[in-house]
Ligand binder design. Structure first.
Ligand code: ATP
Ligand code: MG
Length: 508
Protein backbone atom coordinates (compact mmCIF):
# COMPACT_ATOMS: atom_id res chain seq x y z
CA UNK A 1 0.00 0.00 0.00
CA UNK A 2 1.27 3.40 -0.91
CA UNK A 3 0.17 6.94 -0.05
CA UNK A 4 1.48 10.46 -0.44
CA UNK A 5 0.78 13.48 1.78
CA UNK A 6 1.96 17.06 1.33
CA UNK A 7 3.85 18.77 4.08
CA UNK A 8 6.22 21.74 4.38
CA UNK A 9 9.60 22.47 5.87
CA UNK A 10 11.22 25.73 6.92
CA UNK A 11 14.73 27.10 6.77
CA UNK A 12 14.93 30.60 8.18
CA UNK A 13 12.10 32.45 6.50
CA UNK A 14 12.06 30.18 3.47
CA UNK A 15 9.44 27.46 3.42
CA UNK A 16 9.92 24.52 1.07
CA UNK A 17 7.57 21.73 0.01
CA UNK A 18 8.05 18.27 1.48
CA UNK A 19 6.26 15.14 0.31
CA UNK A 20 5.60 12.45 2.87
CA UNK A 21 5.64 9.13 0.98
CA UNK A 22 4.57 6.08 2.86
CA UNK A 23 4.71 2.46 1.89
CA UNK A 24 3.26 -0.36 3.99
CA UNK A 25 3.97 -3.93 3.03
CA UNK A 26 3.63 -7.37 4.56
CA UNK A 27 6.42 -8.35 6.88
CA UNK A 28 7.69 -7.92 10.42
CA UNK A 29 6.19 -4.89 12.14
CA UNK A 30 8.55 -1.94 11.70
CA UNK A 31 8.37 1.84 11.21
CA UNK A 32 11.24 3.72 9.58
CA UNK A 33 11.72 7.27 8.38
CA UNK A 34 14.28 8.19 5.73
CA UNK A 35 14.98 11.40 3.80
CA UNK A 36 17.80 13.31 5.53
CA UNK A 37 15.79 13.59 8.72
CA UNK A 38 17.42 14.88 11.91
CA UNK A 39 16.99 13.33 15.34
CA UNK A 40 13.78 15.26 16.10
CA UNK A 41 12.18 13.99 12.90
CA UNK A 42 13.23 10.41 13.56
CA UNK A 43 11.80 10.65 17.05
CA UNK A 44 8.44 11.46 15.54
CA UNK A 45 8.04 7.68 15.06
CA UNK A 46 7.70 7.22 18.77
CA UNK A 47 5.35 10.18 19.15
CA UNK A 48 3.11 9.02 16.35
CA UNK A 49 3.05 5.39 17.48
CA UNK A 50 1.92 6.48 20.92
CA UNK A 51 -0.49 9.09 19.55
CA UNK A 52 -2.26 6.47 17.45
CA UNK A 53 -2.49 4.12 20.41
CA UNK A 54 -4.02 6.87 22.57
CA UNK A 55 -6.49 7.60 19.77
CA UNK A 56 -7.59 3.94 19.75
CA UNK A 57 -6.03 3.18 16.41
CA UNK A 58 -4.01 0.00 16.06
CA UNK A 59 -0.64 0.45 14.48
CA UNK A 60 -0.54 -1.78 11.38
CA UNK A 61 1.27 -5.11 11.74
CA UNK A 62 3.33 -4.31 8.70
CA UNK A 63 6.64 -3.02 7.49
CA UNK A 64 6.07 0.74 7.24
CA UNK A 65 8.56 2.94 5.45
CA UNK A 66 8.26 6.74 5.32
CA UNK A 67 10.31 8.86 2.97
CA UNK A 68 10.48 12.65 3.22
CA UNK A 69 11.13 13.97 -0.26
CA UNK A 70 13.16 15.73 -1.59
CA UNK A 71 15.61 13.31 -0.02
CA UNK A 72 18.62 15.62 -0.42
CA UNK A 73 17.26 18.42 1.72
CA UNK A 74 17.72 18.40 5.48
CA UNK A 75 14.48 18.09 7.47
CA UNK A 76 14.48 19.18 11.04
CA UNK A 77 12.10 19.59 13.94
CA UNK A 78 8.66 18.20 14.58
CA UNK A 79 6.77 20.05 11.84
CA UNK A 80 6.28 16.91 9.69
CA UNK A 81 4.62 14.88 12.48
CA UNK A 82 1.10 15.68 11.35
CA UNK A 83 1.94 14.87 7.74
CA UNK A 84 3.39 11.49 8.74
CA UNK A 85 0.37 10.78 10.94
CA UNK A 86 -1.98 11.68 8.08
CA UNK A 87 -0.01 9.38 5.77
CA UNK A 88 -0.47 6.52 8.23
CA UNK A 89 -4.20 7.27 8.51
CA UNK A 90 -4.28 7.16 4.75
CA UNK A 91 -2.70 3.69 4.38
CA UNK A 92 -4.91 2.48 7.22
CA UNK A 93 -7.95 3.54 5.25
CA UNK A 94 -9.12 6.36 7.53
CA UNK A 95 -9.08 8.88 4.69
CA UNK A 96 -9.42 8.80 0.95
CA UNK A 97 -6.85 10.04 -1.51
CA UNK A 98 -9.09 12.82 -2.83
CA UNK A 99 -9.50 14.16 0.72
CA UNK A 100 -5.80 14.83 1.09
CA UNK A 101 -4.71 15.54 -2.49
CA UNK A 102 -5.09 19.33 -2.36
CA UNK A 103 -4.15 19.66 1.30
CA UNK A 104 -0.99 20.30 3.28
CA UNK A 105 -0.35 19.05 6.82
CA UNK A 106 1.98 20.66 9.34
CA UNK A 107 2.16 20.31 13.11
CA UNK A 108 3.72 18.48 16.00
CA UNK A 109 2.00 15.42 17.46
CA UNK A 110 2.21 14.76 21.19
CA UNK A 111 2.26 11.32 22.82
CA UNK A 112 -1.40 11.64 23.76
CA UNK A 113 -2.43 12.45 20.21
CA UNK A 114 -2.89 16.17 20.69
CA UNK A 115 -1.48 18.52 18.07
CA UNK A 116 1.02 21.03 19.41
CA UNK A 117 1.73 24.51 18.04
CA UNK A 118 4.81 25.10 15.91
CA UNK A 119 6.89 28.06 14.74
CA UNK A 120 6.83 29.59 11.29
CA UNK A 121 3.25 28.71 10.31
CA UNK A 122 2.76 32.00 8.45
CA UNK A 123 5.64 31.66 5.94
CA UNK A 124 4.63 28.03 5.37
CA UNK A 125 1.00 28.96 4.75
CA UNK A 126 2.11 31.62 2.27
CA UNK A 127 4.05 28.98 0.33
CA UNK A 128 1.14 26.51 0.45
CA UNK A 129 -1.13 29.15 -1.01
CA UNK A 130 1.41 30.11 -3.70
CA UNK A 131 1.84 26.45 -4.64
CA UNK A 132 -1.86 26.24 -5.33
CA UNK A 133 -3.00 24.10 -2.39
CA UNK A 134 -6.60 24.55 -1.37
CA UNK A 135 -6.42 23.47 2.25
CA UNK A 136 -3.89 23.52 5.05
CA UNK A 137 -4.15 21.57 8.31
CA UNK A 138 -2.25 23.31 11.10
CA UNK A 139 -2.20 23.00 14.89
CA UNK A 140 -5.29 24.61 16.41
CA UNK A 141 -3.04 27.04 18.25
CA UNK A 142 -1.70 28.40 14.95
CA UNK A 143 -5.00 28.49 13.08
CA UNK A 144 -5.56 32.23 13.40
CA UNK A 145 -2.02 32.91 12.29
CA UNK A 146 -2.49 30.85 9.12
CA UNK A 147 -5.91 32.40 8.52
CA UNK A 148 -4.23 35.75 7.91
CA UNK A 149 -3.57 34.48 4.40
CA UNK A 150 -6.57 34.63 2.11
CA UNK A 151 -7.35 32.10 -0.58
CA UNK A 152 -6.60 28.91 1.33
CA UNK A 153 -8.85 27.01 3.75
CA UNK A 154 -7.24 26.67 7.16
CA UNK A 155 -8.17 23.82 9.51
CA UNK A 156 -6.96 24.09 13.10
CA UNK A 157 -6.48 20.50 14.29
CA UNK A 158 -6.65 19.72 17.98
CA UNK A 159 -5.92 16.01 17.93
CA UNK A 160 -5.37 12.96 15.75
CA UNK A 161 -8.77 11.65 16.84
CA UNK A 162 -10.41 14.83 15.60
CA UNK A 163 -8.73 14.40 12.23
CA UNK A 164 -10.09 10.84 11.98
CA UNK A 165 -13.63 12.03 12.76
CA UNK A 166 -13.26 14.81 10.23
CA UNK A 167 -12.23 12.50 7.39
CA UNK A 168 -14.93 9.96 8.25
CA UNK A 169 -17.51 12.71 7.97
CA UNK A 170 -18.76 12.11 11.51
CA UNK A 171 -17.62 15.48 12.80
CA UNK A 172 -16.43 17.70 10.00
CA UNK A 173 -14.20 20.61 11.08
CA UNK A 174 -14.98 24.13 9.97
CA UNK A 175 -12.25 26.22 8.38
CA UNK A 176 -10.81 28.95 10.62
CA UNK A 177 -12.35 32.39 10.12
CA UNK A 178 -10.19 34.81 8.19
CA UNK A 179 -8.47 37.39 10.35
CA UNK A 180 -9.73 40.83 9.28
CA UNK A 181 -7.02 42.59 7.32
CA UNK A 182 -4.74 44.85 9.29
CA UNK A 183 -6.31 48.03 10.42
CA UNK A 184 -2.91 49.55 11.10
CA UNK A 185 -2.40 50.42 14.70
CA UNK A 186 -0.41 53.15 16.27
CA UNK A 187 -0.65 54.40 19.77
CA UNK A 188 0.86 53.40 23.05
CA UNK A 189 2.87 56.03 24.90
CA UNK A 190 2.33 59.62 23.83
CA UNK A 191 4.68 62.56 23.32
CA UNK A 192 2.20 64.74 25.22
CA UNK A 193 3.66 63.27 28.44
CA UNK A 194 7.10 64.76 27.76
CA UNK A 195 7.43 68.32 29.04
CA UNK A 196 9.67 70.71 27.15
CA UNK A 197 12.54 69.08 25.21
CA UNK A 198 11.42 70.87 22.05
CA UNK A 199 14.69 70.42 20.18
CA UNK A 200 14.95 66.71 20.98
CA UNK A 201 11.35 66.24 19.91
CA UNK A 202 12.02 68.08 16.66
CA UNK A 203 15.03 65.84 16.02
CA UNK A 204 12.94 62.72 16.58
CA UNK A 205 10.21 64.07 14.34
CA UNK A 206 12.66 64.59 11.49
CA UNK A 207 14.15 61.17 12.16
CA UNK A 208 10.71 59.55 11.99
CA UNK A 209 9.87 61.46 8.83
CA UNK A 210 12.94 60.24 6.98
CA UNK A 211 13.59 56.94 8.77
CA UNK A 212 16.93 58.22 10.09
CA UNK A 213 18.98 56.70 12.92
CA UNK A 214 19.23 58.88 16.03
CA UNK A 215 21.70 59.09 18.87
CA UNK A 216 20.56 60.94 21.99
CA UNK A 217 23.09 62.16 24.53
CA UNK A 218 22.27 63.74 27.82
CA UNK A 219 22.55 63.60 31.60
CA UNK A 220 20.63 61.07 33.73
CA UNK A 221 16.92 61.70 34.12
CA UNK A 222 16.67 64.14 31.24
CA UNK A 223 14.07 61.98 29.50
CA UNK A 224 16.07 60.11 26.83
CA UNK A 225 14.47 56.73 27.46
CA UNK A 226 11.10 58.42 27.79
CA UNK A 227 11.46 60.13 24.40
CA UNK A 228 12.70 57.03 22.59
CA UNK A 229 9.79 54.90 23.77
CA UNK A 230 7.39 57.35 22.19
CA UNK A 231 8.88 57.23 18.70
CA UNK A 232 6.60 54.40 17.46
CA UNK A 233 3.63 56.65 18.17
CA UNK A 234 4.72 59.13 15.50
CA UNK A 235 5.78 56.64 12.83
CA UNK A 236 3.35 56.10 9.96
CA UNK A 237 1.10 53.03 10.23
CA UNK A 238 2.31 49.76 8.71
CA UNK A 239 1.21 48.70 5.25
CA UNK A 240 -0.23 45.19 4.94
CA UNK A 241 2.97 43.98 3.25
CA UNK A 242 5.10 45.35 6.07
CA UNK A 243 2.80 43.64 8.56
CA UNK A 244 3.23 40.31 6.80
CA UNK A 245 7.03 40.72 6.61
CA UNK A 246 7.31 41.46 10.30
CA UNK A 247 4.78 38.79 11.29
CA UNK A 248 6.78 36.22 9.29
CA UNK A 249 9.87 36.92 11.37
CA UNK A 250 7.97 36.87 14.65
CA UNK A 251 6.31 33.63 13.53
CA UNK A 252 9.67 31.95 12.98
CA UNK A 253 10.78 33.22 16.38
CA UNK A 254 7.60 31.81 17.94
CA UNK A 255 6.63 35.19 19.40
CA UNK A 256 3.17 35.71 17.95
CA UNK A 257 0.11 36.30 20.03
CA UNK A 258 -2.23 33.35 19.51
CA UNK A 259 -5.35 35.50 19.30
CA UNK A 260 -3.98 38.50 17.43
CA UNK A 261 -1.28 36.95 15.34
CA UNK A 262 -0.85 39.69 12.76
CA UNK A 263 1.70 42.29 13.86
CA UNK A 264 0.01 45.57 12.94
CA UNK A 265 1.95 47.85 15.22
CA UNK A 266 5.54 48.76 14.39
CA UNK A 267 7.79 46.71 16.62
CA UNK A 268 9.80 48.47 19.30
CA UNK A 269 12.61 46.27 20.53
CA UNK A 270 14.82 47.41 23.38
CA UNK A 271 17.27 44.65 24.25
CA UNK A 272 19.13 45.02 27.53
CA UNK A 273 22.76 46.10 27.23
CA UNK A 274 23.98 42.67 28.35
CA UNK A 275 22.61 41.15 25.12
CA UNK A 276 25.13 39.02 23.24
CA UNK A 277 26.18 39.62 19.66
CA UNK A 278 24.22 36.51 18.61
CA UNK A 279 21.18 37.72 20.54
CA UNK A 280 21.25 40.90 18.47
CA UNK A 281 22.02 39.48 15.06
CA UNK A 282 20.38 36.07 15.38
CA UNK A 283 21.82 32.61 15.91
CA UNK A 284 21.42 29.11 17.24
CA UNK A 285 22.04 25.78 15.53
CA UNK A 286 18.87 26.30 13.52
CA UNK A 287 19.36 30.06 13.19
CA UNK A 288 16.61 32.10 14.78
CA UNK A 289 16.09 35.79 14.12
CA UNK A 290 17.81 38.17 16.53
CA UNK A 291 16.68 41.50 17.94
CA UNK A 292 17.64 43.42 14.80
CA UNK A 293 15.32 41.23 12.69
CA UNK A 294 12.54 41.29 15.27
CA UNK A 295 12.73 45.09 14.93
CA UNK A 296 12.20 44.83 11.15
CA UNK A 297 9.97 47.71 9.95
CA UNK A 298 10.11 49.23 13.41
CA UNK A 299 12.49 50.63 15.97
CA UNK A 300 15.54 49.10 17.62
CA UNK A 301 16.28 51.06 20.78
CA UNK A 302 19.66 50.65 22.42
CA UNK A 303 19.46 52.36 25.79
CA UNK A 304 22.79 53.07 27.52
CA UNK A 305 24.63 52.54 24.24
CA UNK A 306 28.10 52.74 25.80
CA UNK A 307 27.32 49.80 28.10
CA UNK A 308 26.80 47.33 25.24
CA UNK A 309 29.69 44.97 24.58
CA UNK A 310 32.00 45.92 21.76
CA UNK A 311 31.24 42.79 19.68
CA UNK A 312 27.51 43.40 20.03
CA UNK A 313 27.86 46.97 18.76
CA UNK A 314 30.23 46.15 15.96
CA UNK A 315 27.95 43.43 14.63
CA UNK A 316 25.37 46.12 13.90
CA UNK A 317 27.49 47.86 11.32
CA UNK A 318 26.91 45.62 8.34
CA UNK A 319 23.17 44.98 8.86
CA UNK A 320 22.64 48.73 9.26
CA UNK A 321 23.94 49.22 5.73
CA UNK A 322 22.56 46.10 4.05
CA UNK A 323 19.20 45.95 5.84
CA UNK A 324 19.54 42.19 6.06
CA UNK A 325 21.68 39.75 7.95
CA UNK A 326 22.98 36.36 6.89
CA UNK A 327 23.73 33.72 9.48
CA UNK A 328 25.77 30.73 8.35
CA UNK A 329 25.62 27.34 10.00
CA UNK A 330 26.61 23.82 9.00
CA UNK A 331 22.95 23.17 8.27
CA UNK A 332 22.94 26.02 5.74
CA UNK A 333 22.79 29.78 5.77
CA UNK A 334 19.74 31.84 6.54
CA UNK A 335 19.03 35.45 5.63
CA UNK A 336 16.67 37.57 7.68
CA UNK A 337 15.63 41.10 6.75
CA UNK A 338 16.38 43.79 9.33
CA UNK A 339 15.28 47.17 8.11
CA UNK A 340 14.88 49.13 11.29
CA UNK A 341 15.31 52.63 12.62
CA UNK A 342 18.08 52.67 15.20
CA UNK A 343 17.63 54.87 18.22
CA UNK A 344 20.32 54.94 20.84
CA UNK A 345 20.66 56.84 24.09
CA UNK A 346 23.67 57.39 26.30
CA UNK A 347 25.18 59.58 28.97
CA UNK A 348 28.22 61.58 27.95
CA UNK A 349 30.42 60.08 30.71
CA UNK A 350 30.34 57.50 33.52
CA UNK A 351 28.84 59.92 36.06
CA UNK A 352 26.54 61.35 33.42
CA UNK A 353 27.12 65.06 33.99
CA UNK A 354 29.89 65.91 31.53
CA UNK A 355 28.87 69.14 29.81
CA UNK A 356 25.96 69.67 32.25
CA UNK A 357 25.05 73.35 32.64
CA UNK A 358 24.87 73.36 36.44
CA UNK A 359 26.14 70.09 37.95
CA UNK A 360 29.79 69.25 38.15
CA UNK A 361 31.13 66.19 36.38
CA UNK A 362 33.40 64.11 38.64
CA UNK A 363 35.03 62.09 35.86
CA UNK A 364 38.61 62.62 34.78
CA UNK A 365 39.13 63.56 31.11
CA UNK A 366 40.56 60.09 30.58
CA UNK A 367 37.49 58.43 31.99
CA UNK A 368 35.28 60.54 29.76
CA UNK A 369 37.36 59.73 26.70
CA UNK A 370 37.45 56.03 27.44
CA UNK A 371 33.70 55.96 28.05
CA UNK A 372 32.94 57.71 24.79
CA UNK A 373 35.42 55.56 22.86
CA UNK A 374 33.25 52.52 23.52
CA UNK A 375 31.17 53.80 20.63
CA UNK A 376 33.45 53.44 17.63
CA UNK A 377 33.79 56.04 14.88
CA UNK A 378 32.21 53.86 12.18
CA UNK A 379 29.18 53.17 14.36
CA UNK A 380 28.88 56.85 15.26
CA UNK A 381 28.99 57.62 11.55
CA UNK A 382 25.83 55.58 11.04
CA UNK A 383 23.71 57.92 13.13
CA UNK A 384 22.27 60.55 10.81
CA UNK A 385 20.93 62.65 13.63
CA UNK A 386 22.55 63.45 16.95
CA UNK A 387 20.31 64.98 19.54
CA UNK A 388 21.45 66.58 22.73
CA UNK A 389 18.87 66.08 25.42
CA UNK A 390 19.35 68.89 27.91
CA UNK A 391 18.12 68.64 31.51
CA UNK A 392 14.50 69.76 31.85
CA UNK A 393 13.94 73.07 33.55
CA UNK A 394 11.78 73.16 36.66
CA UNK A 395 9.52 75.76 35.05
CA UNK A 396 8.85 73.39 32.16
CA UNK A 397 8.13 70.41 34.39
CA UNK A 398 5.71 72.33 36.55
CA UNK A 399 4.08 74.28 33.76
CA UNK A 400 0.39 73.46 33.13
CA UNK A 401 1.02 74.03 29.41
CA UNK A 402 -0.25 71.10 27.32
CA UNK A 403 2.35 69.49 25.11
CA UNK A 404 1.65 68.55 21.52
CA UNK A 405 0.19 65.02 21.27
CA UNK A 406 1.79 62.34 19.09
CA UNK A 407 -1.15 62.37 16.71
CA UNK A 408 -0.36 65.93 15.55
CA UNK A 409 3.30 65.11 15.03
CA UNK A 410 2.40 61.95 13.15
CA UNK A 411 0.30 63.95 10.69
CA UNK A 412 3.35 66.03 9.75
CA UNK A 413 5.49 62.90 9.53
CA UNK A 414 2.91 61.27 7.28
CA UNK A 415 2.86 64.28 4.94
CA UNK A 416 6.63 64.08 4.56
CA UNK A 417 6.36 60.32 3.97
CA UNK A 418 3.71 60.85 1.28
CA UNK A 419 6.14 63.09 -0.59
CA UNK A 420 8.83 60.41 -0.28
CA UNK A 421 6.50 57.62 -1.41
CA UNK A 422 5.71 59.59 -4.55
CA UNK A 423 9.37 60.31 -5.15
CA UNK A 424 10.58 56.74 -4.70
CA UNK A 425 7.71 55.05 -6.51
CA UNK A 426 8.93 51.80 -8.11
CA UNK A 427 12.49 52.18 -6.85
CA UNK A 428 12.22 49.87 -3.85
CA UNK A 429 13.35 52.72 -1.59
CA UNK A 430 11.03 53.42 1.31
CA UNK A 431 12.32 56.65 2.83
CA UNK A 432 15.06 59.27 2.59
CA UNK A 433 17.42 57.40 4.92
CA UNK A 434 17.56 54.58 2.35
CA UNK A 435 18.49 56.71 -0.67
CA UNK A 436 21.27 54.92 -2.53
CA UNK A 437 24.45 56.72 -3.49
CA UNK A 438 23.58 56.33 -7.20
CA UNK A 439 20.33 58.17 -6.67
CA UNK A 440 21.43 60.81 -4.21
CA UNK A 441 22.43 63.53 -6.69
CA UNK A 442 19.21 63.09 -8.63
CA UNK A 443 16.79 63.30 -5.72
CA UNK A 444 18.62 65.97 -3.71
CA UNK A 445 18.71 69.06 -5.92
CA UNK A 446 20.16 72.06 -4.06
CA UNK A 447 19.98 75.80 -4.53
CA UNK A 448 23.26 77.56 -5.25
CA UNK A 449 23.61 78.92 -1.73
CA UNK A 450 22.84 75.52 -0.22
CA UNK A 451 25.61 74.00 -2.29
CA UNK A 452 27.98 76.75 -1.20
CA UNK A 453 27.15 76.14 2.48
CA UNK A 454 27.65 72.40 2.15
CA UNK A 455 31.01 72.91 0.44
CA UNK A 456 32.18 75.21 3.24
CA UNK A 457 31.07 72.79 5.92
CA UNK A 458 32.66 69.83 4.19
CA UNK A 459 36.01 71.58 3.97
CA UNK A 460 35.90 73.16 7.39
CA UNK A 461 34.90 69.99 9.25
CA UNK A 462 36.78 67.49 7.11
CA UNK A 463 33.71 65.29 6.66
CA UNK A 464 33.83 61.73 5.37
CA UNK A 465 32.06 60.80 2.18
CA UNK A 466 29.49 58.92 4.21
CA UNK A 467 28.88 61.93 6.45
CA UNK A 468 28.40 64.07 3.34
CA UNK A 469 25.74 61.68 2.00
CA UNK A 470 24.04 61.50 5.35
CA UNK A 471 23.86 65.26 5.71
CA UNK A 472 22.27 65.45 2.28
CA UNK A 473 19.69 62.83 3.21
CA UNK A 474 18.72 64.59 6.44
CA UNK A 475 18.56 67.89 4.53
CA UNK A 476 16.25 66.15 2.04
CA UNK A 477 13.95 65.22 4.92
CA UNK A 478 14.06 68.75 6.37
CA UNK A 479 13.05 70.04 2.93
CA UNK A 480 10.25 67.48 2.67
CA UNK A 481 8.92 68.59 6.05
CA UNK A 482 8.39 71.99 4.44
CA UNK A 483 7.19 70.49 1.16
CA UNK A 484 10.08 72.17 -0.59
CA UNK A 485 11.32 70.56 -3.78
CA UNK A 486 14.74 72.17 -3.66
CA UNK A 487 17.06 71.78 -0.69
CA UNK A 488 17.68 75.27 0.63
CA UNK A 489 20.51 76.68 2.67
CA UNK A 490 18.50 76.44 5.90
CA UNK A 491 17.89 72.73 5.37
CA UNK A 492 21.60 72.10 5.00
CA UNK A 493 22.29 74.16 8.11
CA UNK A 494 19.71 72.18 10.05
CA UNK A 495 21.18 68.86 8.92
CA UNK A 496 24.71 69.95 9.79
CA UNK A 497 23.60 71.04 13.23
CA UNK A 498 22.25 67.51 13.81
CA UNK A 499 25.72 66.13 13.28
CA UNK A 500 27.53 68.39 15.67
CA UNK A 501 27.63 66.25 18.82
CA UNK A 502 30.28 63.87 17.56
CA UNK A 503 32.58 66.86 17.35
CA UNK A 504 31.52 68.23 20.71
CA UNK A 505 32.07 64.96 22.57
CA UNK A 506 34.29 62.81 20.35
CA UNK A 507 36.13 65.70 18.71
CA UNK A 508 39.23 65.68 20.86
N1 ATP B 1 10.72 66.11 29.89
C1 ATP B 1 10.14 65.39 30.84
N2 ATP B 1 8.82 65.54 31.10
C2 ATP B 1 8.22 64.83 32.07
N3 ATP B 1 8.85 63.92 32.84
C3 ATP B 1 10.17 63.72 32.63
C4 ATP B 1 10.86 64.43 31.63
N4 ATP B 1 12.15 64.02 31.64
C5 ATP B 1 12.24 63.08 32.59
N5 ATP B 1 11.06 62.90 33.20
C6 ATP B 1 10.79 61.96 34.28
O1 ATP B 1 12.03 61.41 34.67
C7 ATP B 1 12.02 60.01 34.54
C8 ATP B 1 13.34 59.53 34.03
O2 ATP B 1 13.47 59.83 32.67
P1 ATP B 1 14.26 58.89 31.69
O3 ATP B 1 14.34 57.52 32.23
O4 ATP B 1 13.70 59.03 30.35
O5 ATP B 1 15.69 59.55 31.75
P2 ATP B 1 17.00 59.16 30.98
O6 ATP B 1 17.45 60.38 30.28
O7 ATP B 1 16.76 57.96 30.17
O8 ATP B 1 17.99 58.87 32.16
P3 ATP B 1 19.24 57.86 32.25
O9 ATP B 1 20.36 58.52 31.55
O10 ATP B 1 19.49 57.73 33.70
O11 ATP B 1 18.80 56.60 31.61
C9 ATP B 1 10.88 59.69 33.62
O12 ATP B 1 10.30 58.46 33.90
C10 ATP B 1 9.91 60.82 33.89
O13 ATP B 1 9.09 60.50 34.97
MG1 MG C 1 17.49 56.00 30.31
Amino acid sequence: MFAKINSLGLMGLNAFPVEVEIEASKGMQSFDIVGLADAAVRESRERIRSALRCSNINFPVMRVMVNLAPADRKKSGSVHDLGIAAALLSVLGFCREEQTRGAVFIGEVSLSGEIRGIRGVLPMTILARQSGFEEIYVPFENAREAAVIEGIKVYGVESVAQLVLHFSGKAVMLPAKAVPSAGTEVGGLDFADVKGQQSAKKALEIAAAGGHNVLMIGPPGSGKSMLAKRVPSILPGMTFNESIETTNIHSVAGLLDKDNPLVCRRPFRSPHHTVSAAGLSGGGSVPRPGEISLAHNGVLFLDELAEFSRPALEILRQPLEDRQVTISRVSGSVTYPCSFMLIAAMNPCPCGYYGHPSRKCVCSPRQVASYLSRVSGPLLDRFDIHAEVAPVEFSELSSPHKEEPSEKIRERVQRARDIQNARFKNTGITCNARITSELIREVCPMTGSAEETLKNVFERLGLSARAYDRILKVARTCADMEASQMIEKTHIAQAVQYRSLDRKYWGN
